[in-house]
Design a protein around this ligand. Structure first.
Ligand code: G4F
Length: 323
């Protein structure tokens, strides 16, 4: 039985990945940051809690000794580093913590593996945010596109990305970067734009709210489904050699289009409800993201279960029932 350790197991991606690995008969372990309300930390993994409850550890990416203790205890075959301060706008409010959790946190993990001589393969959750506003002439971002981060979050992710490459090349660690474009689901944090729009629209439909305040409506994103993407994380660690791969759908939509689609599916017009609130604008914006997966498709069979439309449908159905 293979052992996997997931940092951030209680996040959107961590929870889907844990399910996926349990289905593959992995012994799944996870790191959780302590919170004074423990239920908040396990909300996304309640359904698998009975199976993994003895494999959950309090640790923090900023506390190397806590990582050392977990890695020594679990001796994982595979480590998935998904923990982060993952909100781009918040990274402007908490730049130092964001850098610590993502940049130094990844270095802490790499040093634990190197110094203990562990043979664990490492997956790093790298991000399309690292590209900033660089776009190739064909409109896509790919592995060779220059990386010009425009937020503290993206700067921290780029540091972690480079550390993964550095430790792979310097020490021969099996360390892979998945450069994931935006990925969503009903489990997405409610302050990210997709879930914020779906929840806002459902509330308006049910008469629980009248309006929805958003930031920039003109940026475009390449939105895939988190469940499709966790499978890729695992596949990257099953390759003969570690590498760095873009994971995306290759299609982009604007935030405005997302509003239009969501409100229309609920029989409403977003223009009557959505307004712009400067509080949700960012000091610097990443305008357009669209990923090219040619390199990834060269090493694995790429087929996604969800489309943009079926993903929005799933999110709407979830919140129509829940609210
Ligand atoms: O949903 P978002 O907050 O995601 P963002 O900033 O693209 O980052 C997400 O994807 C990255 C991968 O590319 C991850 F690395 C990162 O951890 C995170 O998961 O915002 C998407 C777009 C932005 O252009 C933002 O300015 O939506 C725009 N937006 C407009 N109004 C808003 C809002 N974003 C949020 N969160 N809230 C708004 O009210």
């Amino acid at each position: 039985m293979k052992k996997a350790l997931i940092t951030g197991i209680n996040g959107q991606d961590g929870s889907y990945l844990a399910e996926f690995l349990l289905d593959k008969d992995y012994d799944v372990h996870g790191i959780i940051k302590r919170n004074s309300i423990p239920e908040n930390q396990t909300a996304r993994i309640q359904h698998i809690y009975p199976v993994i409850k003895n494999n959950l550890y309090h640790a923090d990416m900023c506390d190397m000794s806590s990582l050392l203790s977990v890695v020594q205890r679990v001796q994982p075959d595979e480590i998935y580093n998904l923990a982060a301060q993952s909100h781009v706008r918040v990274s402007f409010d908490q730049p130092i913590y964001t850098l610590d959790a993502i940049g130094r946190g990844t270095l802490n993990l790499l040093e634990v593996v190197r110094l203990t001589g562990a043979t664990s393969k490492i997956y790093q959750a790298s991000s399309s945010e690292m590209f900033g506003n660089s776009i190739d002439t064909d409109g896509f971002q790919r592995e060779t596109t220059p990386m010009n981060p425009v937020s503290p979050y993206a700067c921290a992710k780029l540091l972690a990305y480079n550390l993964i490459k550095c430790y792979r090349e310097s020490y021969g660690l099996f360390a892979a970067n998945g450069i994931l474009f935006n990925h969503e689901s009903p489990r997405r944090g409610t302050s990210f734009v997709t879930n914020k729009i779906v929840i806002g629209a459902v509330k308006i439909k049910k008469g629980l709210a009248r309006n929805l305040a958003l930031g920039n409506l003109d940026s475009t994103r390449d939105w895939g489904h988190a469940k499709d993407y966790v499978k890729i994380m695992w596949q990257l660690l099953q390759l003969d050699n570690p590498g760095d791969y873009v994971c995306a759908t290759g299609q982009s939509h604007s935030v405005r289009e997302l509003c239009d689609t969501t409100f229309r599916k609920l029989g409403m017009d977003y223009k009557e409800h959505v307004f712009q609130d400067p509080r949700f604008l960012r000091p610097a914006e990443l305008n357009d993201l669209k990923g090219c997966t040619k390199k990834l498709a060269g090493v694995i069979d790429l087929n996604f279960d969800y489309t943009f439309d079926t993903m929005i449908d799933e999110m709407i159905n979830y919140w129509m029932e829940k609210l």
